[in-house]
Design a protein around this ligand. Sequence first.
Ligand SMILES: [Zn+2]
Length: 221
Amino acid sequence: MSKRIDLYGKRFGRLVVVSRQANSSNGHARWKCVCDCGNEKVVSSDSLRSGKTISCGCYSRERFIKENRQVTHNLRKHKLYGVWRSMKERCTCETHCSYKDYGGRGITVCEEWLNDFKVFYDWAINNGYREKLTIDRINNDKGYYPENCRWVTMDIQNKNKRNTINRSILQKDEKGNIVNRWNSSTEAARALNIDASHIIKCCKGKYKTAYGFYWCYERVN
Ligand SMILES: [Zn+2]
């Protein structure tokens, strides 16, 4: 055996050398080490002595997690943090004032966003987020996930909302015959001098009838 430096029993960072291993294919001495965390790792003399390897890998992992946590913590001051929180609350928190229009009608936040602000933040930054823009769901009946979301001005979002709220409404008699077709619940309510919210409740299936009629959204496919 060639002359070598004996590292047996020595400590390098979290690693303690416990035995000699076969040389690497290019002739470098290698040692089996036990890490403070309990894992074993085979490391070359060079890596140990140069300080390149100081753990089984657990040290870098811990540092990565810690740094990530720090980044996320700092990001909480960012405006997007508030956007993310209220998006989640609208969809998951039953006491939120808008829950009925979001979580209450099946609008969800995709798992990757729900569990990790950083993932949402990165998506936002890479997909056109600017201050004063608001997050908008392209299909209003679907949830918050990358393919269904974009950043738009308040104007566009309001227009979008109005379009979906102003879905055409059919007024039917008890036999199911269409009595009238309205452009919106507001229009019907105004024309008949009745309460629009009753019509909407009927359309959403909460009431069976309102003012003696059946009401439903007109299906547009
Ligand atoms: Zn370790």
